[in-house]
Design a protein around this ligand. Structure first.
Ligand code: GUN
Length: 284
């Protein structure tokens, strides 16, 4: 089997085009504020991409770049200001944060209506209890939602399928497992303590690789014809590499996302969609 490569860049461009058309019809602009504390190189790249996407789509955009030494109280005060700023409909604090800042306090401080990351417990609670495929207006977590759109693009139905999510982070693994579970997949979540990863992955019709370990998922682990979504964004010798051994897995899988050009562009497109949804909900 030679996998069909899922073109995340093209799918994301289509979604961004639709959002841009909708924004052009509005009488005011959806606004996104992004806060970056410190100078983590990967975070800087992500934040720059988010800023560029806002400009291209026609959103109002603010990026607050704060020094590594920023105190928790200072960051919380900025969030409070953004929470009540009528120009701002989405607030995103880029993670990770420096050690002196308690990430839980930061997430709780963000107005849930402006939480375009879907990190606030009110929104994660809604995701766990109420998410269903038909609901397109909810704020949902950007990267898992992007993965879901890529899965949907294959035309493979999800209901009743075995899905294995490799990785249990709060940003990707956990919410991804919930989305798939709510869409009637039978979900297994694997992690660093899983005893026989290869055996677990081999059962899967759908594999989501989100571990941060380059090349962890190999061709021998893949059930022939499976759909494999690679969330990894690892730098190896300066080159962006996924969690999937691309050559080996593309010989076994039915569908596979590339890195770059798979999940990455979808995360940004979903952030734009969440910002538009947050704007529309706040204008009601
Ligand atoms: N760091 C890595 N991914 C993300 C994300 O989706 N949102 C935020 N806020 N920080 C991140």
């Amino acid at each position: 089997m030679v996998a069909v490569i899922i073109d995340g860049k093209k799918i994301a461009q289509n979604i961004r085009g639709k959002i841009k058309n909708e924004v052009a019809k509005l009488t005011s602009k959806p606004g996104l504020a992004v806060v970056l504390v410190g100078a983590d190189p990967a975070s800087q790249v992500y934040v720059n991409s988010k800023e560029k996407a806002c400009q291209e789509i026609g959103f109002y955009s603010e990026v607050h770049r704060l020094p590594e030494t920023t105190g928790e109280a200072e960051l919380l005060a900025l969030i409070q200001k953004l929470n009540v700023d009528p120009k701002i409909h989405g607030v995103l604090v880029q993670l990770p944060l420096p050690k002196q800042i308690d990430v839980r306090k930061v997430i709780l401080a963000i107005n849930p209506d402006k939480d375009v990351d879907c990190f606030h417990p009110q929104n994660t609670g809604n995701l766990v209890n109420y998410f269903k495929a038909a609901d397109q207006t909810m704020i949902l977590p950007c990267t898992p939602l992007g993965c879901l759109k890529l899965l949907e693009s294959t035309g493979v139905s999800l209901s009743g399928k075995k899905a294995v999510v490799v990785g249990r982070s709060n940003i990707v693994g956990k919410p991804m497992a919930i989305l798939l579970f709510q869409l009637d997949c039978t979900v297994t979540v694997c992690h660093s303590r899983t005893e026989d990863l290869a055996n677990e992955v081999r059962q899967a019709d759908i594999v989501i690789a989100a571990t941060g370990q380059p090349g962890l998922i190999t061709g021998g682990m893949i059930k022939p014809g499976a759909v494999v979504i690679d969330v990894g964004t690892n730098r190896v010798n300066g080159k962006l590499t996924g969690d999937v051994d691309f050559a080996g897995v593309s010989a076994a899988a039915g569908f596979l996302t590339p890195v770059p050009g798979g999940v990455g562009p979808m995360t940004i497109a979903m952030l734009m969609q969440n910002t538009l949804n947050a704007y529309l909900a706040q204008k009601k």
